[in-house]
Design a protein around this ligand. Structure first.
Ligand code: MG
Length: 305
């Protein structure tokens, strides 16, 4: 039985992660730039952003339909679910991280740091303790294309942690343009992609860094290690499976890295990929936001949690 021609195996460990009769499915096209997918199991749908069109979209897993979830949408980018199943949103134009409550209303959780406006939160994850960790590069204020053009008030791009009591701390300050982020399954490592190549070129290689999380779980300790350097385009957003493999966006598709940082396989996609998310009720369906389109592929693995 042949693997889908989109599958590229670079290390034998990749064979057991893919399904031999599963294929890349093209689900929808029509975005200007698709990013920020989050799966909502209670609704069996995937919400994702179409940032330049200032809307979030919804893919209904039961019907296969795609419709507009929200517009205008504060040029929403990354999404995540919190531990109560509410959608957390990184907003470019809102320059905020917000939450959609169970009543359907948007609530801004954080929009400034030391009384200065955030740049344009890009991607967000929620830790098991309920804290919200997000990146704040300038892509949403660099132009009017995917937000409102503005100067950075903070003058730098940090990674932040918002505690459940609303306290905000900059936990990483040594990146150029932090972008996607995710925790290892044991939450002992925080992975963060730097896409600063967009602003300073190869002074900032397109890496995912691995930062050890402090023993109390509220920050990162010590020096990072470079987990991987992208071999095609940049790493933007990524997710981690239950074995700690990282499934990341790249220029030629989805790249899969083993926990020891080896590129073990690829799913080739004909458009630049921005972000991925595990969906399906078994969390074994990888959704892929790729420029104008949404794709998916069933895998023989699942989301970390
Ligand atoms: Mg991003």
């Amino acid at each position: 039985m042949a693997l889908d021609e989109a599958i590229e195996v670079l290390d034998s460990r990749f064979y057991r992660l893919v399904i031999h009769n599963a294929h890349v499915e093209h689900l929808w096209s029509g975005a200007r730039w698709a990013e920020g997918p989050v799966y909502v199991p209670s609704a069996q749908h995937l919400v994702f952003s179409d940032i330049p069109n200032d809307r979030t979209m919804r893919y209904d897993e039961r019907t296969g339909n795609v419709d507009v979830f929200e517009t205008p949408a504060f040029n929403a980018n990354g999404h995540s679910l919190d531990n109560e199943g509410r959608i957390i949103t990184a907003e470019h134009r809102g320059r905020a991280v917000s939450r959609i409550g169970h009543d359907g209303l948007r609530e801004v959780l954080v929009d400034c740091y030391e009384e200065k406006k955030l740049n344009s939160p890009n991607d967000v994850v929620v830790k098991s303790d309920g804290s919200i960790w997000f990146t704040d590069p300038t892509y949403g204020i660099d132009s009017d294309y995917e937000g409102d053009s503005a100067e950075s008030e903070i003058g730098a791009s940090y990674v932040y942690r918002r505690s459940t009591d609303g306290n905000l701390e900059a936990v990483i300050r040594d990146m150029v343009r932090p972008n996607g982020l995710a925790f290892s399954p044991d939450e002992g490592t925080l992975y963060v992609a730097d896409t600063g190549i967009s602003h300073v070129g190869m002074e900032c290689p397109p890496d995912i860094r691995a930062y050890p999380v402090s023993t109390d779980g509220t920050s990162v300790d010590g020096a990072y290690t470079t987990f991987a350097t992208c071999t095609s385009g940049v790493f933007d957003g990524f997710r981690v499976d239950l074995d700690g493999n990282i499934w990341t966006s790249a220029g030629d598709g989805v790249h899969c890295y083993s926990p020891d940082g080896v590129l073990i396989g690829k799913i080739r996609i004909p458009e630049v990929v921005a972000n991925v998310e595990f969906g399906g009720l078994k969390r074994n369906r990888l959704y892929i936001c790729a420029t104008t389109s949404l794709y998916s592929m069933y895998l023989n693995t699942r989301a970390a949690r």
